[in-house]
Ligand binder design. Structure first.
Ligand SMILES: Nc1ncnc2c1ncn2[C@@H]1O[C@H](COP(=O)(O)OP(=O)(O)OP(=O)(O)O)[C@@H](O)[C@H]1O
Ligand SMILES: [Mg+2]
Length: 408
């Protein structure tokens, strides 16, 4: 069995916390077997290292290791991604495709965010776990595969089971061995150790002197709740490294980088800090305005479409007047650089060309706004996608996809 310290070094894991050590030791012990493992722990605690350790220290290390983020794949394509599909299985399936379970035969599949798997996919997964069998989408032929599964989740699986979102039988299959990773707030001295490591990394990256925490700041850091765990700690170290000119960081300075010092509630639920109350209200207003703007754009488009359909000369003339009015409004609001708009006497498709330009511009700026809102919300919720999705009023799955799409 590979030595604990050597493993940490090899996989870049910092810390000596007893629970962390126990988790790594457990991973080392189960690695040579084919037993399924479920890694549990809050977001940002480092769950992704565990399947890598297990794969690398198993007899499967020369075969494929595939990590799948179950939450990021749209529900409609997840079965085909995992199990493959036959040519013609659905529109767009122009060729037979191998799924991850076929490609990773002999290797390991890491199912990250396994709690997000749709129920139908859970049934297929259960079958693979039970007898190594699967069927491509659109096929009737049973195939065999030999894959070791390591799964991870940051949601409470017992909750998911009681709500009917996760199959109990699958849960027991997946969690033959459960490896819990402790939240950062429970790791004591590791917190400062990690901070120093990140501070040194960022100093090197940005070619600046390393930031240093004053003694009272170390206390503040060690007592902070870290809802976003190590991911959040690293972000904080990066922000301070880049922003602060004085490289000695006091506790007051540090506090400015720790959102929600009062109780680590999601900010929208409320806290006592009037500044951030203001920021929250502003964000909510921003969202409402954003939605309203979308509605207005839809309405404008609908109105224009209706106007285009007018038939009698009288109606057409009236329509032109209205169209002109809308154009003028749009000009002043959106594209002031367009000077004069000529409205023809006869309705003609070409004359609406610049409307498309307006829409493109608007789409672009809407997209920017969307990216900005997502970023803000993620920052505010310390990278917790669940909370951010709730605040943005979109599903977690949609948020995952947007994060991927915009590379956030
Ligand atoms: N002990 C550690 N030492 C050094 N870096 C760590 C440690 N634990 C986590 N990290 C780093 O923190 C970041 C978050 O870890 P990771 O992506 O594994 O979190 P996670 O548990 O998978 O979270 P989520 O549930 O949100 O996916 C990664 O960049 C990882 O390298
Ligand atoms: Mg992860």
């Amino acid at each position: 069995m590979e030595n604990l310290q050597a493993t940490k070094q090899r996989f870049g894991i910092i810390g000596n916390d007893i629970q962390l050590n126990r988790a790594i030791e457990k991973a080392l012990r189960v690695a040579p077997t084919d037993i399924s493992v479920l890694v549990v722990g809050e977001s940002g605690v480092g769950k992704e290292s565990v399947p890598k350790i297990i794969h690398q220290l198993s007899h499967r290390k020369h075969a494929k290791y595939i990590a799948v983020n179950c939450g990021a794949i749209p529900e409609g394509t997840i079965d085909s991604e995992l199990f493959g599909h036959e040519k013609g299985a659905f529109t767009g399936a122009t060729q037979t495709r191998k799924g991850y379970f076929e490609v990773a035969d002999g290797g390991t599949i890491f199912l990250d965010e396994v709690g997000e798997l749709p129920l139908t996919t859970q049934v297929r997964l259960l079958r693979v776990l039970e007898n190594g069998e699967f069927i491509k989408v659109g096929s009737s032929q049973v195939q065999k595969t030999n894959v070791r599964i390591v799964a991870a989740t940051n949601v409470n699986m017992h909750d998911a089971i009681s709500k009917g979102k996760f199959r109990e039988d699958l849960y027991y299959r997946l969690s033959t061995i459960e490896i819990p990773l402790p939240p950062l707030r429970q790791r004591g001295e590791d917190i400062h150790l990690l901070f120093r490591k990140f501070a040194a990394d960022f100093a090197q990256k940005y070619r600046m002197p390393t930031i240093r925490l004053e003694d009272n700041a170390v206390k503040v850091l060690t007592n902070y709740n870290f809802p976003g765990n190590i991911r959040q700690l690293r972000n904080i170290a990066e922000q301070i490294s880049v922003v602060e000119e004085n490289r000695n960081i006091s506790s007051q300075k540090l506090t400015q980088y720790l959102p929600d010092m009062q109780g680590n509630l999601p900010a929208v639920v409320g806290n006592n800090n009037s500044n951030s109350d203001f920021a929250n209200e502003r964000d909510i207003m921003y969202k409402i305005l954003f939605d309203m703007r979308n509605d207005i754009n839809d309405l404008k488009k609908l109105t224009l479409d209706l106007l285009k359909d007018g038939t009698s000369q009288e109606v057409k003339e009236e329509n032109h007047r209205l169209i002109q009015k809308i154009y003028q409004e749009q000009e002043t609001e959106v594209i002031p650089e367009v000077e004069v708009v000529q409205i023809p006497q006869q309705t003609n498709q070409n004359n609406y060309d610049f409307i498309e330009t307006i829409e493109e511009d608007e789409n672009l700026s809407l997209q920017e706004k969307e990216i900005e809102m997502i970023k803000k919300s993620l920052e505010k919720n310390s990278g917790k996608r669940k909370l951010a999705a709730k605040e943005l009023g979109i599903s977690e799955r949609t948020l995952y996809r947007k994060i991927k799409q915009y590379d956030l």
